[in-house]
Design a protein around this ligand. Structure first.
Ligand code: SF4
Length: 505
C-alpha cells in the first residue's frame, strides 16, 4: 500500500512555505494559545492567497481526497440513513452528557483504569505532567490527538523537562519543523515532499544523509526513527476518536499503525479526550466506524482500529489514565444554536470541500481547528470576538458532506449575527443604512432612463483598473477590495450593447 502524505512534489521555482520565515525550515512556531494565534483571518488569508505554491499543494491534496471520498460514499446505499443515525446518536449524547460521562467513569474504573476530570487546559496539562513525572519518564510517545494540541500539552510538558514525540507521520513533520498543523487529518498538507526531505535532514538526527524526496523513502526514514522511540518509551499519550459509555472502551482509528504501537508497547497509557467524544453503547460504533473512514480518508475502513478497555494483566499497558477535558465544551453545550458543533467526529470532510479553506489553508484560521468546523467551534470554545464566522461563502458544501449532519452554514449565520451585536453596531443604524440603499435603488430602477444612466456609472472605474483588475477602491468600496480584486467593469452596458445591435439590424 502506498503512503499518502498529502504532499505534491515542489515545482521548479516554487516559493517558500506559507508564512515560513525566510532562510529557515521553521513554520510559524508554537503559539501560546493554540485556539487563537497569528494575524486576523482577513490578514492571514490575504498573505496565504499570495502564495501560489500553497494553493497548488492544497488544491492537489484536497481534490484527491474529495474524489476518493465521493467514490466510496457513493458505494453505500444507506449513506443518508447512516448520517441520520450518526446525528441522532450525537444529539442523544449531548442531551444526557453528564449521565453518560458518569457511566463511562464507572466502567473505566471497574476495568482497572483511572479517570481524571480537567476543567481547562491548565488542569489537563498539570494532570498529565504529574502522571508522567510519577513514572520517572523524561520522554513520551504520542499518537495524534487534537485535544492535546488544543491545550498545548507538548509545550507544557517541555517546560517540565519532558519531551513529547509525535508519532503520526504528518504530525511528526509539523513538530520537527516547529510548525502548526494546517489540516485536521493531514496536518502537513501545506508542505511538499522536498520541504519534508529538508526538514528530516535538518531536524531528525538519525535521517539517512542521502535521503531523497520519494514518499516511500521519507516514510521509511520516519519509521526507523520512531521505532527506536516506541521501544524505549515508558509512557504513551493518546487521544480518542470514541469512548463507549456502557463498556468503558476507548477507540482510536488511524492509517499508519504508529498509533497502535503507542497504545500497546509502553507500560503506561494516558488518554486525553474531549468530553463530547462519547457514544452511549458499543453497538453505536457500528455507525461511526462506517461514517468516519469514508468521510475522512475516503477508505472503506481504517487500516488500524485499536480499542482498549481498562487494563489486562500481562497484555498491553498495565496502567491506564483517562483525562476528560472540558475546556469550554460545557459552555458550547449550553448554547442551543451552536451546540451541534460538538457532534463533530473530526473527519475533515468539510475542510476538503470548502472553497475558502482550499485557497487559504489551515494556518489562516489561527487555531488548531481550521476550516468550516474551526470557524464555528473555535469562537464558541474561546468565547472571544472572532472574524472566523465570516471565513465562509455559505455555499453549504460543508453541510452536504458532514457525516453527522452539522448545519455549519446556519451556525455561521447565527455567529455572524452575534458578532454584529458584539461590535456595538446598532440594529437601528443598520436598518437606516439598508432602507436608504433600497430607496436609492428603487429611485434608479423606477425610470428606464435613470436606470440606464446609473448603469453607466461603474464604467468610470475603468480609469483606475490595471490589466483588467481593480485592486483598491476608496471607502466604502475598500471593504471589498481589502481582500479581493474587482473585475474591471465592461466598456459598454448590456442596454447600450442591445440598442446598438438593434440599430444595426
Ligand atoms: S464538521 Fe462534520 S465534516 Fe467537518 S470535521 Fe466535523 S464531522 Fe467532519
Amino acid at each position: 500500500m502506498s503512503t499518502f502524505l498529502g504532499m505534491p512534489a515542489a515545482r521548479e521555482g516554487a516559493g517558500p512555505s506559507p508564512q515560513a520565515a525566510p532562510g529557515t525550515l521553521s513554520g510559524i512556531g508554537r503559539p501560546e494559545d493554540p485556539l487563537h494565534w497569528g494575524a486576523s483571518f482577513p490578514d492571514a488569508a490575504k498573505a496565504a492567497l499570495e502564495n501560489g505554491q500553497l494553493r497548488r499543494n492544497l488544491g492537489k491534496a484536497t481534490s484527491t481526497i474529495r474524489t476518493k471520498r465521493a467514490r466510496v460514499v457513493g458505494e453505500v446505499p444507506d449513506w443518508e440513513a447512516l448520517r441520520d443515525a450518526g446525528s441522532a446518536v450525537k444529539t442523544d449524547v449531548l442531551a444526557r452528557l453528564p449521565e453518560l460521562l458518569e457511566e463511562l467513569e464507572r466502567n473505566v474504573t471497574a476495568r482497572g483504569g483511572v479517570v481524571h476530570w480537567a476543567r481547562d487546559a491548565v488542569e489537563a496539562n498539570r494532570i498529565v505532567a504529574d502522571l508522567v513525572r510519577a513514572k520517572g519518564a523524561d520522554e513520551v510517545v504520542k499518537v495524534k490527538s487534537m485535544a492535546t494540541q488544543e491545550i498545548g500539552l507538548n509545550e507544557a510538558l517541555a517546560e517540565e523537562g519532558i519531551a513529547a514525540v509525535e508519532t503520526d507521520l504528518a504530525e511528526l513533520i509539523v513538530q520537527l519543523a516547529d510548525d502548526m498543523p494546517s489540516h485536521i487529518l493531514v496536518p502537513a498538507i501545506h508542505r511538499n515532499r522536498t520541504e519534508i526531505r529538508d526538514i528530516f535532514l535538518e531536524r531528525m538526527a538519525d535521517a539517512p544523509p542521502d535521503l531523497t524526496d520519494v514518499p516511500r523513502e521519507l516514510a521509511m526514514a520516519a519509521r526507523s526513527h520512531l521505532r527506536r522511540k516506541f521501544l524505549s518509551a515508558k509512557v504513551a499519550i493518546s487521544g480518542a476518536n470514541f469512548a463507549v459509555a456502557d463498556t468503558g472502551t476507548l477507540a482510536v482509528v488511524e492509517s499508519e499503525g504508529n498509533g497502535r504501537m503507542c497504545l500497546t508497547l509502553p507500560e503506561t497509557l494516558i488518554t486525553v479526550m474531549g468530553i463530547e467524544k462519547l457514544i452511549p453503547t458499543f453497538d453505536d460504533l457500528e455507525v461511526f466506524l462506517q461514517l468516519l473512514p469514508r468521510s475522512s480518508t475516503g477508505e472503506r475502513m481504517n487500516p488500524y482500529t485499536s480499542m482498549w478497555t481498562g487494563v489486562t494483566p500481562g497484555d498491553g499497558p498495565q496502567e491506564f489514565h483517562l483525562v476528560l477535558l472540558d475546556n469550554g465544551r460545557t459552555k458550547v453545550l449550553a448554547d442551543e444554536a451552536g451546540r451541534s458543533a460538538l457532534h463533530c467526529i473530526r473527519c475533515s470532510a468539510c475542510l476538503n470541500v470548502c472553497p475558502v479553506y482550499e485557497r487559504v489553508g489551515g494556518h489562516a484560521y489561527g487555531s488548531v481547528y481550521p476550516g468550516p468546523i474551526g470557524a464555528i467551534l473555535t469562537p464558541q470554545l474561546t468565547g472571544e470576538k472572532s472574524d472566523l464566522p465570516y471565513a465562509s461563502t455559505l455555499c453549504g458544501a460543508c453541510y452536504e458532506v458532514c457525516p453527522v449532519k452539522i448545519d455549519i452554514p446556519s451556525i455561521l449565520v447565527e455567529l455572524r449575527a452575534r458578532e454584529v451585536s458584539l461590535s456595538g453596531a446598532s440594529p437601528e443604524t443598520a436598518d437606516r443604512v439598508w432602507k436608504a440603499a433600497m430607496k436609492a435603488a428603487s429611485f434608479a430602477m423606477a425610470d428606464g432612463g435613470r436606470f440606464r444612466r446609473a448603469a453607466r456609472v461603474p464604467r468610470l472605474l475603468r480609469a483606475i483598473s490595471r490589466n483588467g483588475v481593480i485592486r483598491r477602491l476608496p471607502f466604502p468600496g475598500s471593504l471589498w477590495t481589502r481582500s479581493r480584486d474587482l473585475m474591471e467593469p465592461p466598456q459598454q452596458t448590456f442596454h447600450d450593447w442591445w440598442a446598438e445591435r438593434e440599430e444595426r439590424r
